[in-house]
Design a protein around this ligand. Sequence first.
Ligand code: 4NP
Length: 162
Amino acid sequence: MPHETSVLFVCLGNICRSPLAEGIFRSLVEALGMPAVFTVDSAGTSRYHIGNPPHPQTQEHARKTLGLDISSLKARQVRSEDFNAFDYVVAMDRENLEDLRSLPESHSCKNLALLSSYARTPVPADVPDPYFGGDDGFGITQRIVEQGCRGLLQTIQETWSQ
Ligand code: 4NP
């Protein structure tokens, strides 16, 4: 049986990769008809963009390629309480994961892992940061984020049937 599950996606700035992951994961659970079952959020390890909406290029990519409106999201910094509040804390790259592991309370998180570790098809370990990338940055970013989010959702659904 489905039971309430919370997921927090984390990157560095919370304006490119993790808001995209939040939008994609939310659209997957909506497609399943289960938005009420999930709490989905995102955060950054840094303070750089607190209060800012997703980067304009991220918003445009989400809207044009995926039909997702993520314009209302606001960047925030991850906090120690998140490790207890969320069932899954999901890092976009290995540096994010290391930074998360260095925070107080991170050991109390039940599932702290890389997004790529949930993908059911081979993908690179790190979701590349389109903020620093070239024109195709979003193509690769989106592929890993989608594969990771699909796999994560499958993993969660499998825990329901155990
Ligand atoms: P994100 O991308 O971690 O995917 O949101 C970044 C956005 C901003 C910066 C770094 C990464 N920055 O250095 O300002």
